[in-house]
Design a protein around this ligand. Structure first.
Ligand SMILES: *[C@@H]1O[C@H](CO)[C@@H](O)[C@H](O)[C@H]1NC(C)=O
Ligand SMILES: *[C@@H]1O[C@H](CO)[C@@H](O)[C@H](O)[C@H]1NC(C)=O
Length: 343
């Protein structure tokens, strides 16, 4: 399939053009679209894939990435390269270091599949949302992580996914995408419209976990607002962002924050009061046509669409992290590298 198909079927070409233009037409074009195809690749070591989440420690060290064989790796710069930083107790117990070359679907339920990563700056602790193990934490020197939360409100976590931290209180906010389906069955969460996802808080002082909202449709990434009054949660199937208030008069309530032109994964603050939302796929994406699609969108503090990032169709990022120097790091569950986009 390619451009010649368009020539033979002009109607289809018109339809395609309309569909491709729809999402951007609905956006007040404020900032220039970023082209992610001009990016630098930070390759993982041989055979390793799927750096889903990208994190930096309080000293700017990293990136740290969560990969498909169950480990969290740390990049120590050009000379040191990548090294193992953390893993679950099950990874160690099951001798998973022998299985790095097996496809992850064969190993992830016993070796773990870390997804969201976030450091608590003051303590240096890294919190890990592991799809199979639950919420875990590891100290600043890494090693075997401790499982903190495996169930909430009497129901086991089944698909732990996104995590963020209130850097002042140390409270940890995280999502369980479904209590029905595991990560390996993530397509089912979308196709069935499963609405058994939950948003939770873990208080490290009391070690208590609280379910803030249940019955949520595919909650995925989560980020606390710059003023710490609310959480922004990506709802993958519905292509929306939800706002959940944790402080103020609307505390304990939620509302839709933004409609998205694609299926969101992780949400990360952009350092300017807004967020970068990684998009796995456009909402109306066709399997043929131009080899470019939306890979991320920048959303403002009030839910307004500020900027798009486009890239090749084989790039389907799971996280976009903007650093103080303006570089944007893209994580992915499929690729064998982290992309660094320098807009
Ligand atoms: C925590 O550290 C990260 C990574 O260096 C930094 O971007 C962020 O601004 C820090 N947050 C706070 C609240 O100090
Ligand atoms: C929110 O819920 C908490 C805990 O259930 C409660 O203490 C607090 O008063 C509630 N806040 C509001 C504004 O309803």
């Amino acid at each position: 399939m390619g451009r010649s198909t368009g020539k033979k079927l002009p109607l289809l070409a018109v339809l395609l053009a309309v569909l491709l233009l729809l999402p951007s037409a609905a956006m007040a074009a404020v900032a220039k679209t970023i082209d992610a195809s001009r990016s630098q690749h930070l390759d993982l070591p041989d055979v390793l894939v799927g750096p889903e989440s990208v994190a930096f420690d309080a000293h700017g060290g990293g990136p740290y990435v969560s990969i498909s064989d169950g480990r969290v790796l740390k990049y120590g710069g050009e000379v040191d390269g990548w090294s193992t930083f953390a893993y679950s107790p099950s990874y160690a117990k099951n001798g998973c270091d022998a299985f790095s070359e097996l496809p992850s679907v064969a190993t992830e339920s016993s070796c773990g599949r870390p997804l969201g990563l976030r450091f608590h700056n003051k303590s240096g602790n890294l919190y890990v949302a592991d799809a199979y193990m639950g919420l875990m934490r590891v100290g600043p020197n890494g090693g075997e992580a401790k499982v903190l939360v495996k169930e909430a409100g009497g129901t086991p976590l089944r698909f732990t996914n996104g995590v963020d931290i209130d850097q002042v209180t140390g409270n940890v906010y995280f999502t369980d995408s479904s209590t029905t389906y595991t990560r390996a069955q993530h397509q089912m969460v979308t196709t069935t419209g499963d609405s058994t996802g939950r948003i939770m808080r873990y208080d490290p002082k009391t070690k208590r976990v609280t379910v803030l909202q249940s019955g949520v449709t595919y909650p995925n990434g989560i980020a606390i607002s710059a003023d710490r009054t609310h959480l922004i949660v990506a709802l993958t199937g519905p292509c929306k962002l939800m706002r959940y208030w944790i402080r103020g008069p609307k505390a304990n309530t939620s509302e839709i924050f933004a409609d998205l032109p694609g299926y969101p994964d992780n949400v990360r603050p952009d350092g300017k009061g807004g967020y970068w939302v990684a998009l796995h796929r456009e909402k109306y994406e066709l399997p043929f046509g131009l080899d470019r699609h939306l890979v991320a969108i920048r959303i403002g503090a009030e839910g307004e669409k500020l900027q798009e990032m486009k890239g090749p169709k084989d790039v389907r990022p799971t996280e976009a992290v903007e650093r103080e120097d303006g570089k944007i790091y893209l994580g992915s569950v499929e690729l064998s590298y982290v992309s660094i986009v320098n807009p």
